[in-house]
Design a protein around this ligand. Structure first.
Ligand SMILES: Cc1cc2nc3c(=O)[nH]c(=O)nc-3n(C[C@H](O)[C@H](O)[C@H](O)COP(=O)(O)OP(=O)(O)OC[C@H]3O[C@@H](n4cnc5c(N)ncnc54)[C@H](O)[C@@H]3O)c2cc1C
Length: 499
């Protein structure tokens, strides 16, 4: 049996010497610990929070931000991390998401999707999203609920989201509560709750982690001296811990090239970007709502640009979903009537829906987190986030919407009106995915990345990073399934190097 220990009860001055310290018990940290259950490694998982929300702990996430949500509002600081309030939307990244795209500056992973392929089945099982039914699998299941919307030949196709265990009033998988018993049953694991890592201390030559400083909100302080450390504190906090740990190397750990905290991204979700009209009036229910397709899989259709067309048209990733029914005004009705007449189709039963979208942003070094002068309850500098979306991001997505509209006309199934032109219109109905990406980006060249292709912090042989902060380019797919697959790959790597 593993020990779950409330660190607030441990005497100050205690020192632990695990083989591996995992900092953070979100889905990345939990997936990593569980993937190493069959190893001989002695693992210590250090989690800042307890089993449930605690406002005093949560306050340590507060910072300041421009162009974004409050930093303590879109993260959760207790076991399970962000999965305590996630939406459960899952989709693997596309092949082209990994490629160096010359029209997307700073894009490209050091490996392709094939490197994650072996890990997706286990990741899918951990998020409890049922049988793998994305893309072709989804199409086959969808025939039960009516045909997919016919689109003329072109760049956009119907693709599929799946959902973490979200059936009726069952919430998506909350990793802390869902896997608590598995973690407790894991013989090689100790979990310290309410244990905040406040510094990663390097050896004097700066090339390895010597120890971690750990503190509790009731004043206890400990030292952990692990052989290896994995930082899994989430896409924003990973950067913060590296930046604040600046006693041996001045700009912070892994920050020789001034990259830690830069290239922050989320998937913006502009709403009501376009109005979709289906001349025949029928749109299969899986476009409008999550549908139980059997085999434990809940699906929702989305319009995605294909890999081939993304390369040709030089657009970024986007996933366009059907949102609400729209009642057309007189101008809209007239546009539908004249278009249908020109195409020679009957539009007397036409129906309209608004479309929303999850976008992939172009990497931008100026979108970044930096340390602020204010301190949290344990004396750590808070973060300041500068966020923005470029006009180019919108322009590329408009191109994808125009292609969808062209394909609808080509199939004579319907038409599209794009509703947003100016920047203000795009920003008016903007939501965020709360997906924190890019702040410790992966690249094998230390001048271009914070971690290498094995997620090791450049120059620090026993320090690794797990989570979406390592994504060098982002994809429009939601990150959690993908970051778990990447973490399982890291677990295999650590098993080999730490044996
Ligand atoms: C409202 C909302 C909806 C979302 N919906 C989706 C969705 O539908 N699909 C999707 O794929 N993703 C979604 N996400 C994103 C998802 O929650 C994250 O991708 C995921 O939780 C990241 O996992 P992680 O383990 O890397 O980090 P986190 O989940 O952030 O976990 C980090 C953990 O580290 C701990 N920690 C932090 N600092 C320290 C420290 N100094 N010492 C010790 N421990 C520390 C935290 O307490 C936390 O438990 C959503 C997020 C939000 C906020």
């Amino acid at each position: 049996m593993s020990a779950f220990i409330d660190a607030r009860t441990i005497p100050s001055g205690t020192t632990q010497t695990p083989d591996l310290a995992i900092i953070g018990g979100g889905p990345a940290g939990i997936a990593l610990a569980m993937a190493l259950a069959d190893s001989k490694l002695k693992i210590l998982l250090l989690e800042s929070g307890g089993m449930n929300f605690d406002p005093a702990v949560q306050k340590m996430y507060a910072g300041s931000q421009t162009g974004y949500e409050p930093l303590d509002g879109d993260r959760l600081r207790y076991l399970g991390g962000g999965t305590n309030h996630w939406g459960g939307w899952c989709r693997p990244m596309d092949e082209s998401d990994f490629e160096v795209r010359d029209w997307v500056p700073s894009s490209g992973w050091p490996f392709g999707r094939a490197a994650l392929e072996p890990y997706y089945p286990r990741a899918q099982s951990l998020v409890e999203a049922g049988a793998w039914a994305y893309d072709q699998g989804g199409n086959a299941l969808a025939t039960r609920h009516g045909p997919i919307l016919p689109l003329g030949k072109g760049g956009v196709y119907t693709s599929w989201f799946q959902f973490s265990k979200m059936r009726g009033d069952v919430l998506p998988t909350q990793f802390g509560h869902r896997y608590e018993q598995d973690l407790r049953a894991q013989a090689n694991l100790t979990v310290w709750l309410n244990a905040n890592v406040t510094g990663i201390r390097l050896a004097a030559n700066g090339t390895s982690v010597d120890h971690l400083d750990v503190a509790t909100l009731n004043g206890r302080q400990f030292t952990v001296k692990p052989r290896y450390t994995v930082l899994a504190c989430g896409g924003i906090e990973n950067a913060r811990l590296l930046l604040v740990s600046n006693d041996v190397v001045k700009p912070g750990i892994g920050n020789a090239a001034d990259l830690v905290g830069r290239y922050f991204a989320d998937n913006p979700i502009p709403r009501d970007v376009a109005t979709l009209v289906v001349f025949g009036g029928r749109l299969a229910p899986y476009y409008r709502d999550n549908q139980d397709m059997g085999h434990g899989a809940i699906l929702r259709a989305t319009f995605a640009p294909s890999d081939t067309w993304r390369r040709q048209a030089r657009v970024a990733g986007s996933l366009t979903t059907v949102e609400q029914t729209v009642v057309l005004d007189d101008v809209g009705k007239a546009a539908v009537a004249t278009t249908a007449a020109a195409l020679g189709v009957d539009a007397s039963s036409a129906q309209a829906w608004s479309l929303g979208c999850g976008l992939e942003l172009i990497p931008d070094p100026d979108r970044r987190v930096t340390l602020a002068p204010e301190k949290d309850a344990l004396g750590l500098p808070r973060l300041k986030l500068a966020n923005s979306i470029s006009d180019e991001d919108f322009a590329r997505y408009r191109h994808t919407l125009a292609e969808l509209g062209r394909q609808l006309l080509a199939s004579k199934a319907g038409m599209l009106r794009i509703n947003c032109t100016t920047r203000d219109e795009w920003m008016k109905n903007m939501d965020w995915g709360h997906h924190h990406l890019g702040t410790t980006r992966m690249h094998d060249d230390p001048r271009r990345g914070v971690v290498n292709s094995n997620a090791m912090v450049h120059g620090v042989a026993n320090l690794y990073v797990a989570g979406s902060s390592v994504f060098p380019s982002y994809s429009a797919s939601n990150p959690t399934l993908n970051l778990i697959a990447l973490t399982l790959r890291l677990a295999d790597y650590l098993k080999a190097v730490m044996a």
